[in-house]
Design a binder for this molecule. Structure first.
Ligand code: SF4
Length: 376
């Protein structure tokens, strides 16, 4: 089984915090779509096995016309072996998610929406420089539900300067009341080469308050767990059996192909990524060449990635898997470090192996790095 990710590298405007690859030059969308159709043919041999999940991410995939999405999907079906009932997700921004678009997407076969709500608070949306309003955030969910979508996820961003705990609680309550089954919650991070980074450097914006972020993370976990949701990955919460299949496969080491500028692909032995440059992509594809770089994954790299990804998940890591996939020496190494974290109450035993305790989860990435095998 495998997955396909399509990166749509266009947005209407730049959110202050964003370091994803996108361009606001939306006049190139048609040229991009034509190039993507060629790349699909060029990459038809990358995956073996049935395609179980298809994910349009970005950027802003909801900017694409119905015809463009349909032509991409048709081309994919002509070149890959799709399973019967795939999970087919599109990321949508609230300002694009009209009743008509929702109906169009359903008619194409899209069965899951990931809506970039981020916040229902007008002040936070303005601070982030989002293209949508509070009213549009609400209306987008209503339109999706009215069209017939039930498998809906929304993104929330917490830890922004104007978002107090009451606002965040109100946002969570709104989402719970809409009855959607999945929420992804991201702590605001300051990435280089973003407007937010520049503003903080110039001291026109305050620094991010990590104490607030940790507190709000716990508020989210408590609220959603109390509502009976699973906190199945550090940033992801769902009702039982409503996890994102595409992302879960990615975290569980299933092969995937990424298409479009900046998209990443993984085939269990190597990882490759298309260069993040739209014009270079168009030119290269005209010459039937994909502009990409590749990294062969050593055992150590794969082990480190496994520790990073598994410690972010509810099930945690398994010693059995470590022995089978990486060898006894990695098991000994992991056991030694794990003992220390168990003693501190940061690691707990699960039916699968060992996972982070609730108190330690906010620090998952730092703890995972303590398990890394450092190559000499
Ligand atoms: S809409 Fe999404 S991808 Fe586009 S700038 Fe905003 S956060 Fe980044």
């Amino acid at each position: 089984m495998s997955g396909i990710y399509i990166h749509i590298p266009f947005c209407k405007k730049a959110c202050h915090y964003c370091n994803f690859h996108f361009s606001t030059q939306t006049q190139y969308i048609d040229e991009f779509t034509s190039a993507l159709l060629v790349e699909i043919e060029l990459q038809q041999k990358y995956l073996s096995g049935k395609i179980e999940t298809l994910y349009f991410g970005g950027g802003t995939p909801s900017l694409l016309s119905k015809q463009a999405i349909q032509s991409i999907y048709n081309k994919l079906k002509d070149n890959f072996d799709f399973a019967q009932n795939i999970e087919f997700t599109i990321e949508a921004n609230p300002d694009d998610l009209t009743a008509q678009k929702a109906a169009d997407w359903l008619s194409i076969g899209i069965n899951r929406l990931s809506i970039g709500v981020q916040s229902f608070q007008a002040q936070s949306l303005a601070w982030m420089n989002r293209a949508h309003t509070t009213t549009q955030a609400h209306q987008s969910i209503k339109n999706a539900k009215a069209a017939g979508f039930s498998n809906i996820s929304t993104d929330l961003i917490y830890g922004t300067p104007h978002l107090n705990d009451q606002d965040l609680s109100a946002d969570l309550e709104i989402l719970l009341n809409y009855g959607i089954p999945h929420i992804s919650c991201y702590a605001l991070t300051v990435e280089e080469k973003t407007a937010l980074h520049t503003m903080i450097q110039k001291k026109t914006m305050e620094e991010i308050d990590t104490t607030q972020q940790a507190r709000q993370f716990n508020l989210i976990v408590d609220t959603l767990e109390h509502a009976g949701w699973e906190h199945y990955e550090i940033s992801n919460f769902s009702k039982p059996n409503q996890r994102s299949q595409h992302n879960s496969n990615y975290w569980n080491g299933i092969a995937y192909l990424g298409l479009g500028p900046a998209a990443h692909s993984f085939n269990k032995h190597s990882r490759q990524w298309n260069l993040a440059n739209n014009q270079l992509y168009f030119q290269s594809i005209k010459n039937k060449t994909i502009p990409f770089e590749m990294e062969h994954l050593s055992t150590t790299t794969q082990f480190n990635e496994y520790m990073m990804i598994s410690l972010r998940q509810m099930e945690g890591f398994s010693f059995e898997k470590i022995i089978n996939e990486f060898g006894a020496v990695y098991e000994t190494h992991t056991k030694k470090i794990a003992a220390h974290f168990v003693q501190e109450g940061k690691l707990i035993e699960t039916s699968f192996g060992y996972a982070l305790s609730k108190e330690a989860k906010f620090f998952a990435d730092g703890i995972a790095s303590d398990f890394f095998w450092l190559e000499a």
